[in-house]
Write a protein that binds this ligand. Structure first.
Ligand code: FES
Length: 232
C-alpha cells in the first residue's frame, strides 16, 4: 500500500501496479496537478541523469549551447581545457544571463555590468571592483552541474551525490554496441512545443498498444501489440 499523494489517493496509485485484469490508468490529477509535477521534479528529475545534447554539438573548445533545464538556465560549454561542462549561465552579480542560444566564445561577458567568466565558469574580471574588500574573483565561479559523457551523449544531474551513470547501464552495453552510438553525429534537430505532461510520452513508448490503431499499417506488422502475451 502506498501513501496518499496530494490530489491522489493511495488506492488510485496502487491500482496502476495491479495485473491487467484489475489495473487502472492513473487518474487525470496525475497529469494536471502542479503539486504532483513539482514532487516528480524534485524526487526524480533533479536526481536523475538527463541527456542534454551530443558532444558533436559542442565539438570545439569555446563552443556552447544554452538551454533551460527544469526551470534553471544552464549552458553546456566545451572548455578551452578540452573538458565539456554543464553550468549555470546566471551571472553571480545580479543574475543576468551570460549566454543565450549557441556559438563559440573565449569568454562569457555578462551584458549587464561586463563581468567576464572563462569557459570553465571561473570569474576573471569584475570591472571597477578591483581591490574591493572581501571580494576576490578567484572565489567566484558559475555553479557547476554534475556532467558525464556516455556514448557521445552529454548528461547532467543536479544531484551532486548521484551515482555515475555509466555503471548503471552496463547491462545494455552489448545491445547498444551494434548501433555504434559513439560514432553518431547530429544531422538535424527538431524543436516542437511539448505542451503535455511528460507521462503521456513515456506511456506512449512503454507499450505497443497503439500499434493496433494508429500504427496498424506499419509497426503492427513487425511489432505486434499482442506479441508479448502470445509468447507466454
Ligand atoms: S549582472 Fe552580470 S555583471 Fe552585473
Amino acid at each position: 500500500m502506498t501513501q496518499d499523494l496530494p490530489g491522489l489517493s493511495a488506492d488510485e496509485t496502487d491500482r496502476v501496479a495491479r495485473l491487467l485484469e484489475e489495473a487502472a490508468t492513473l487518474p487525470p490529477a496525475a497529469y494536471i496537478l502542479d503539486d504532483i509535477f513539482e514532487r516528480e521534479t524534485e524526487r526524480m528529475f533533479r536526481k536523475s541523469w538527463l541527456p542534454l545534447a551530443r558532444v558533436d554539438q559542442v565539438a570545439k573548445p569555446g563552443d556552447f549551447l544554452a538551454m533551460d533545464l527544469l526551470g534553471r538556465p544552464v549552458m553546456i560549454v566545451h572548455g578551452q581545457d578540452g573538458e565539456i561542462r554543464v553550468m549555470s549561465r546566471t551571472c553571480l552579480h545580479r543574475a543576468a544571463q551570460v549566454a543565450e542560444g549557441n556559438g563559440n566564445r573565449k569568454l562569457f561577458t555578462c551584458p549587464y555590468h561586463a563581468w567576464s567568466y572563462d569557459t570553465a565558469g571561473q570569474l576573471l574580471r569584475a570591472p571597477l571592483l578591483e581591490g574591493a574588500e572581501d571580494f576576490s574573483e578567484p572565489d567566484c565561479r558559475l555553479p557547476q552541474v554534475r556532467t558525464e559523457i556516455w556514448q557521445g551523449f552529454i548528461l547532467a544531474n543536479f544531484d551532486p551525490d548521484a551515482a555515475p551513470f555509466a555503471p548503471q547501464v552496463t547491462t545494455f552495453e552489448t545491445y547498444f554496441e551494434k548501433f555504434r552510438l559513439v560514432d553518431m553525429a547530429v544531422v538535424r534537430t527538431l524543436a516542437y512545443a511539448s505542451d503535455w505532461n511528460w507521462k503521456v510520452l513515456v506511456e506512449n513508448f512503454m507499450e505497443a498498444y497503439q500499434h493496433i490503431g494508429v500504427h496498424q499499417e506499419t509497426l503492427e506488422h513487425s511489432y505486434h501489440a499482442r506479441l508479448p502475451r502470445a509468447r507466454q
